[in-house]
Design a protein around this ligand. Sequence first.
Ligand code: MN
Length: 741
Amino acid sequence: MMQNNNISPEMEDQMINQAYQNLLNGYLSSNHRKKVEIIDKAFKFARDAHKGIRRRSGEPYIMHPIAVATIVSQEIGLGSTSISAALLHDVVEDTDYTVEDIASQFGDKIARIVDGLTKISGGIFGDKASVQAENFRKLLLTMSEDIRVILIKMADRLHNMRTLSSMPPNKQYKIAGETLYIYAPLAQRLGLYTIKTELEDLSFKYNHPADYQRISNLISASEESRNELFTRFSAPIRERLDNMGLKYTFTVRVKSCYSIWKKMQKKHIPFEEVYDLYAARIVFECDKESNEKHICWNIYEQITEVYTKHPDRVRDWLTTPKVNKYQALHVTVMGPDGNWVEVQIRSKRMDDIAERGFAAHWKYKIGEGEEEKELVRWLQTITDILKEPEPNAIDFLDTIKLNLFASEIVVFTTKGETMTLPKGASVLDMAFALHTDLGTHCIAGKVNHELVPNSYKLSSGDQVEIITSNTGAPKPDWEKYVITAKGKTRLRKALRHQRRLIIDKGEKRFMDFLADHNIEFSNEILSQAITRQFVANKEELYFMIGNDEIKLNEEMITRKEQGARFNWWRRNPFKGKEHPKASTDEPSKAIDTKAVYRLVTRDGVSNYQIASCCHPIPGDDAVGFINDENKVIVHKMDCSTLARLKASYGSRLVQTQWEDYSDRFQATINIMGIDQMGILQSIVNIISTNMSINMKKMNVTADQGVFNCELVVLVSDASVVTNLCREIKKVKGVNSATRMN
Ligand code: MN
């Protein structure tokens, strides 16, 4: 670290006071109310807090907060609250003072801004790109709380960039990159054009020192001929403007090194061929805002009477200002040397807004007591800009990841619209929030271009695309992932509707079934069916029939001579031989639950039946349920139907053990991924070649880039399925492979 040993403490104090006085003078000449007292207090507090600390350049540390406050005041145009917060911006981070100390000394408003600045400053020079992104996200978040935080941060960054030469080269490179990546675009979004241009040029200077030097040399080398040309170009226009009696400045401005370099790169042209190297600008004085547009068009007329205008290059930002309030009239005309020259026509007020963004706009509106109101309106405008669905804005926000410290998150639709959701919201929440149909058909999401399940929890800044499928339908377990009130309501409604459809289908099946077997429907038959199926009511019975949980088939019926008694269950070939006996009449007493029932399959005949609700296969933790016909129905341990049966008929449950693994069992695997060349081939190779598993059915859909495959395989036990899923997941493009019930 350098030390300025040749400067005496007295001289140093003088330097500090001089810088501070300069800050105050600028503030006093602004349109703001003169609240010097609070600024003075902040200055003294910060000066004492940073006492004895030096910057890398050797300067006393306090010179940095003063410089930042000066930028805040003179280059951005903010008032006493922001100036005080800027003076205090590094106190909490770099000294022992806390936010509470600031609050008790300066009030909540300033403390909150300092707190915001402290939060976004931590780790900003971190090693990973994600750290940058995180900070940027915090930046955005804090911005929505108080825009002054981000403006002061911008000033802080600008001063750090201006003094970057005292940093070691590796840090220079990193900070410059971060500035170009995060701060310059943000400055542009905020309408801080001058700051944006300076940030870009400074970044460029450190990232590409040789190119920067070469271009700035070329600019100065061509200066003389350019000035000469401009004098020739402007003379006839000046004459006319003078005749109009206008007070104006007519200047020529060369593009920044960075934007020239960018143009050369983009168009693959040498410096000499950058035709719009410079632009001419007329800025006129005008007392009445209502006259400004009229004068602009008058000037336009004068110019186009002297020079031929380019038919396609008139930009009227007067009638429709840019979203960031930029107003001006641009016209491109053929100069005396045969080159096109752009002339920008603006009033002084418009020019201020163009150069300094909203802060300048604000400056023109301020009266006593209006400061806060204007700030709120300004904040709203910036919020609107961030919502503006410009592709650039989306690219810019695209790269942002990680979560916030707020209870709400802000995500982006593919159209760049923002949506506010509670923290913890899933892809499904967003889908339901957008539209019920999107929610009910949502099968997955793409978050920041990556495929995710619809249960995926979103984070602020995520760009989210909802992926739907016509065959997608709402599932009861979605209730676990939908946390918004709106989403829950819409999901439940959709589930009720779907359940209703299944009940209707089941009822129709039941009625058709009876009709097919010449059985007349009666309440007795219905209640018999309800009792025998262990269901609560007819809705549940019909639902299970409609949902294929109860299969109606002829074997289920036996007719006795008289009175058509229903027997619902297939006769059990092992009855009374290999498992404990259950009495049809007194089921609750019948079973010895301590016995272990061995699940055996011989020659394709099993002494058990696989429950259609959960499809267990050998190897699964399973429980047997003994039905009226003493047939053991095997359910998975965690099956919800089993849980219901357990409640009413617990004594009919029996422990089971799989005895024979040699036979083949059916398992369904759902594979999801991003559709790409060869993905199907790779999956098939794994199944049949690598693992020698028999495929029974494969149903593939590719919808909007999402590959979805329902695979039915025949396996000997559950561990084979687990292995298979693991192998399939290794295929490039596959996101998930899970066994379905
Ligand atoms: Mn700082």
